[in-house]
Design a protein around this ligand. Structure first.
Ligand code: PGA
Length: 256
């Protein structure tokens, strides 16, 4: 199966415009010698206020090796939704991917499975790729409900999507206890859940859709842990937080 790995940097709420442009310029320099056709897909997700600066830096460089994402969106097109940004607006700013359902958004900003589903539908209808996050808490893992919890998040997020839309989407499996803690899941734990996600998609859709969708691992990925994690049969790259703000990210992209 030839799924192209996709490695995305989630910059979270970090970096001013000039710093963001600097970060992406540094990354593009690091990737200079990589063969574009053979390398993983590389995505960065700055804060909204830095999208323009990062997009401009990418256009000026013209290397075409890094693509743009944002970290959230709203599912309405426009209107009286103070503080929100629509998918059309993100697309207008150069985004080709949008992260939705991140555990921090679920925890601090009340994002529900239903909202994730509405966002996924809207994103796909605009030809953008949703990076749909899921993951269990430490308590859920310890009480043995990881697989059922993840399956319910995935089923809810994908509800009503066509197999073609699902095949184009990306799922990021991020155990909450591994995010920003330096406590990366073991390769076995990560592979096991990513395989379970693929099996869940095969059950709800079909084998071809399950084989096509890309599933990332996220949670304290580093240049040290990336090679083994990304070599797993059901892990197609990663969603990287902390390490995406450092030169480490170039090494993660170059993990092979
Ligand atoms: P981390 O974050 O790599 O800092 O653990 C990952 C994420 O939240 O996407």
């Amino acid at each position: 199966m030839s799924r192209r790995p996709v490695i995305a940097g989630n910059w979270k709420m970090h970096k001013l415009q000039a710093e963001s442009a600097q970060l992406v310029n540094d990354l593009m320099k690091e990737l200079k010698d990589l063969d574009k056709a053979a390398m993983p897909e590389v995505v960065v997700a700055p804060v909204f206020t830095s999208l323009y600066a990062v997009n401009k830096a990418m256009t000026d460089c013209g290397c075409g090796k890094v693509r743009l994402a944002c970290q959230n969106c709203y599912f309405e097109t426009q209107g009286a939704f103070t503080g929100e940004v629509s998918v059309e607006m993100a697309k207008d700013a150069g985004c080709e991917y949008i992260i939705i359902g991140h555990s921090e958004r679920r925890q601090y900003f009340g994002e529900t499975d239903e909202m994730v589903n509405k966002k996924a539908k809207k994103i796909l209808s605009e030809g953008i790729v949703p990076i749909i996050c899921c993951g269990e808490s430490l308590e859920q893992r310890e009480s043995g409900v990881t697989d059922s919890h993840i399956a319910s998040q995935i089923k809810a997020a994908l509800e009503g999507l066509t197999p073609e839309e699902v095949a184009k989407s990306i799922i990021a499996y991020e155990p909450i206890w591994a995010i920003g803690t330096g406590k990366v899941a073991t390769t076995e734990q990560a592979q096991e859940v990513c395989a379970a996600i693929r099996a869940c998609i095969a059950e709800v859709y079909d084998d071809a859709t399950a084989e096509a969708i890309r599933i990332q691992y996220g949670g304290s990925v580093s240049a040290d842990s990336a090679p083994e994690l990304f070599a797993q049969p059901d892990i197609d790259g990663g969603l990287v937080g902390g390490a995406s703000l450092k030169p480490d990210f170039g090494k993660i992209v170059n993990y092979k």
